[in-house]
Design a protein around this ligand. Sequence first.
Ligand code: PMP
Length: 439
Amino acid sequence: MKRDEQYSGGENFDLQTVLLRGRRLRLHERVECFGDFLRGLQRRGELTTMREVVSAADREVAVAEPGSGSPRKMLMFGSNNYLGLANHPYVVERVRRAVARFGAGIGGPPLLNGFTTLHRELEERLAALKGTEDAMIYSSGYGANVGLVTGLVNPDDFVLYDAYSHASFCDGLRMSGVEAHSFRHNDVDGLVRVLTRQAPGSSRDVFVGAEGVYSMDGDLAPVDRLVDICRACGAMLILDDAHGTGVMGPTGRGSAEHFGVEGKVDITMGTFSKVFAVTGGFVAAEKGIVEYLRYFARSYMFSASLPPAVIAAVLAGLDVMAREPDLRIRLHENVSYALEGLRSLGIEISCESGIIPLRVPRGMNIRRAARRFHELGIFVNPVEYPAVPLSQQRFRISMMATHTREDIDRLIDAVRAVWAEENLQDEEVCVQVGVRDAI
Ligand code: PMP
């Protein structure tokens, strides 16, 4: 195939062009064109992915400058380490002890040799946390969703899921080949309309997928209403509470506790990569379902278990969550303080979780703005198309309990400066592309 003129350099096309036009190219052409695109960003200092952190995960981190490698101190507003557990002294000590007792790793999947007393203890603690009979651990949150959906759902079942559901849930649906339809984000009336159209007594199972806290907007699903609707319509509710666990509810047990429906969600999924700040995922449900999934979720059966150090970090994190409720209170106070600051700049914004979605005004160049935040020592993650539609690009600000008021003041000062410098400099037209895969 003749090389497309548009791909002669990284300056003149953006990711949208690469994605849409790249589909027609051979692999080596796609690789070259994407490489050109990345190098163009690099030249302009606008590449804010894969930043190299050279210090411990904390409220302040050191990031190696591309090229020179010299460390730049930055305030971390891009981590899901909501309660600061990543380097909490008790968590670190428990991890040390677990490595000393169980070694560095385990070398196998749970059904074979990869199951220790620590793994079982954590399963029981997670089941208790979510008010279910049992729980099981996956080596990632992504794998938990994929394994859960592909393991549970038959191709002739029916799944309705919120349009803002995470990529891992959507990938599970694709792999399972089930008939799946999204409903408009948080449109419970729309959900009811479709559910009640299902033939009563139909032999297929119906599932509803939603998230306690949506990862891109930080808003909540009305979990209490979803529980009622699913019960009334005979559907099973699958709740991804990745960002709600440890953050929501009077004792941090998650979104179901926040809405007073603890133990009433059929299947809860969660991750260890958010509040516990390590890696891994879990599914909590009735005993029979967990037992079944252990043998039918392929991402569980065919993937090695998490090392004991990671399991110990989550167990220790659960202890800290119970013993130090102040951390969660401080997280929410920090969110309120940041929202006040942003509102004082005239930005209309709300948030009930640890994620503040700072929408980029129309006409602002998000990559240039991201570079300015970086230069100002503020680590925030730009969320660009195709993770969200072009018209909804934003910075995702992740708050932590350990941020100080001064840290948050610096964040607000940086937003003020970047908004003043960047706003309406660039009259690019934002095209709604309609692709949304949350990361
Ligand atoms: N579900 C949601 C809602 C998420 O935000 C994420 C992580 N971005 C996942 C699942 C996947 O979890 P992990 O990164 O732990 O694999």
